[in-house]
Design a protein around this ligand. Structure first.
Ligand code: 5AD
Ligand code: SF4
Length: 439
């Protein structure tokens, strides 16, 4: 059949969905290609959470026009969050008439059929649906070893006013506990050393299921699986993150001591406008609860600046929370207008100049905190799970159970190995160490 190549934008959910797209293509007989140039089928798995991601995708799809002209039999498929926005399919059709297949986030399982239809009919295939069913058993060709992504739920019901996700990924729906546990069991059996459970808001897990099961129960079940592996999960919503989950974390050494708890902003007025359903104080109370039970638990966050009407004072409140939360690392974002969201229709959008100034100050603060966090590692020995090899620096890298990145040098292939390293340089954001022992 030829070769496939997939270009992925956005979050880990998309990374994993691209693994399913790869699985679909391989089931059809395609092999993985090295680049767009040598591919017979190219898929773009798009993101629309911020304008930048969307611009990139549009730019790169546009760049395929001459290649498609030279090789008209090459199939171009576009899927993911961008296509699921109202009007996107029409926009793609008029801007990029050479795109062969357009699929949404909720009919990924039909992609194989769509490719066959495109080949048989030689006609454009566009299929975007709103489908709340969960497709089980889709083949995935994983490429994040030693980590494996596992979906626990899809969609989001929170409707934070800035966010497009609930519109493009539909309502929350959970996979059955049995299916999840079975998938993890298989992956651990295949040698995966880190399992990351994925959901837009994993703390809502199970609310829509007939059986009485919540996220803490699910974690408990997954931890019962034999073998040495690490368990991580993303993402949490502070309003739903609870003591029951923290207690399960405390009792199970397989669960990493690291929680992603996005704060977004530190001003109560802005948090209310964002529809986050907590105040800065309530957020801090969650952190206190977490640290009362697991004193050394690391916390990471998503922080946004430049939401409509954000004043300097509001921004200062964000800096205060960031300082107080002492994140081990954080993703920082500039608010981006998303058509169709409530915030987009608000008054008082912030100028690019002010946004730029605030993001620089926020990043400076978080960088300072990152470095302070690093310093605590002076002279310590940590266990990292080697997940990658940095060719340029000839170093292996991996994270410890707190999510901190450590580097080490080795002639032996360490990918997928638990390695103890003694830190000898913690002056920057990442740590460097000498190998003490290998699993
Ligand atoms: N603009 C900027 N950042 C956004 N995020 C979600 N929507 C937007 C937007 N419109 C950020 C949030 C979320 C992360 C995944 O992306 O911080 O937690
Ligand atoms: Fe978007 Fe809020 Fe849902 Fe996260 S919880 S996906 S930020 S609406």
């Amino acid at each position: 059949m030829g070769k496939y190549f997939i270009i992925t934008y956005g979050c880990q959910m998309n990374e994993h969905e691209s693994e399913k797209i790869a699985g679909t293509f391989e089931a059809l007989g395609y092999e993985r290609g090295e680049s767009v140039e040598d591919a017979d089928i190219v898929a773009f798995n798009t993101c629309c959470v911020r304008e930048n991601a969307e611009r990139h995708a549009y730019g790169n799809i546009g760049a395929l026009k001459p290649i498609k002209k030279a090789r008209p039999n090459m199939i171009i498929a576009v899927g993911g969050c961008m296509t699921q926005q109202p009007g996107a399919a029409e926009k793609l059709r008029s801007t990029f008439p050479f795109v062969d297949i357009v699929f949404g986030t909720q009919n990924l399982s039909e992609l194989g059929e769509m490719v066959k239809r495109r080949i048989e009919t030689n006609k454009r295939v566009v299929d975007i649906v709103e489908n709340n069913a969960i497709a089980e058993g889709q083949p995935a060709v994983r490429n994040s070893f030693p980590n494996a992504w596992v979906n626990v739920m899809y969609g989001c019901n929170n409707f934070c006013t800035y966010c497009i996700v609930p519109y493009v990924r539909g309502r929350e729906r959970s996979r059955s506990c049995d299916n999840i546990v079975e998938e993890v069991r298989q992956l651990v059996g295949e040698g995966y050393k880190e399992i990351t459970l994925l959901g837009q808001n994993v703390n809502s897990y199970g609310k829509d299921l007939p059986e009485k099961v919540d996220f803490a129960d699910l974690l408990q079940e997954v931890c019962k699986i034999d073998g040495k592996f690490r368990l991580r999960f993303i993402s949490n919503h502070p309003k739903d993150f609870n003591e029951k989950v923290v207690k399960v974390m405390a009792e199970n050494p397989k669960i990493c001591k690291c929680v992603h708890l996005p704060v977004q902003a530190g001003s109560d007025r802005i948090l209310k406008l964002m529809n986050r359903q907590y105040t800065a104080e309530q957020y801090i109370e969650k952190l206190d609860m977490l640290h009362k039970i697991i004193p050394d638990c690391a916390v990471t966050s998503d922080i946004m600046i430049g939401f409509p009407t954000e004043t300097e004072e509001d921004f200062q409140d964000t800096l205060k929370v960031v300082e107080r939360a002492n994140y081990i690392s954080a993703f920082t974002f500039v608010y981006s207008r998303r058509s169709g969201t409530v915030a987009d229709r608000m008054e008082g959008h912030i100028s690019d100049e002010v946004k730029k100034d605030r993001i620089v100050r926020l990043v400076d603060l978080q960088n300072r905190i990152n470095r302070e966090q690093s310093k605590k590692y002076e002279g310590k020995t940590i266990e990292i799970l080697c997940e990658d090899y940095d060719e340029k620096r000839d170093l292996y890298l991996g994270r410890d159970e707190y999510g901190k990145m450590g580097y080490c040098k080795s002639d032996e292939n360490l990918l997928g190995k638990f390695v103890n390293i003694k830190i000898n340089d913690c002056s920057g954001i990442s740590l460097f160490g000498d190998i003490v022992s290998i699993e």
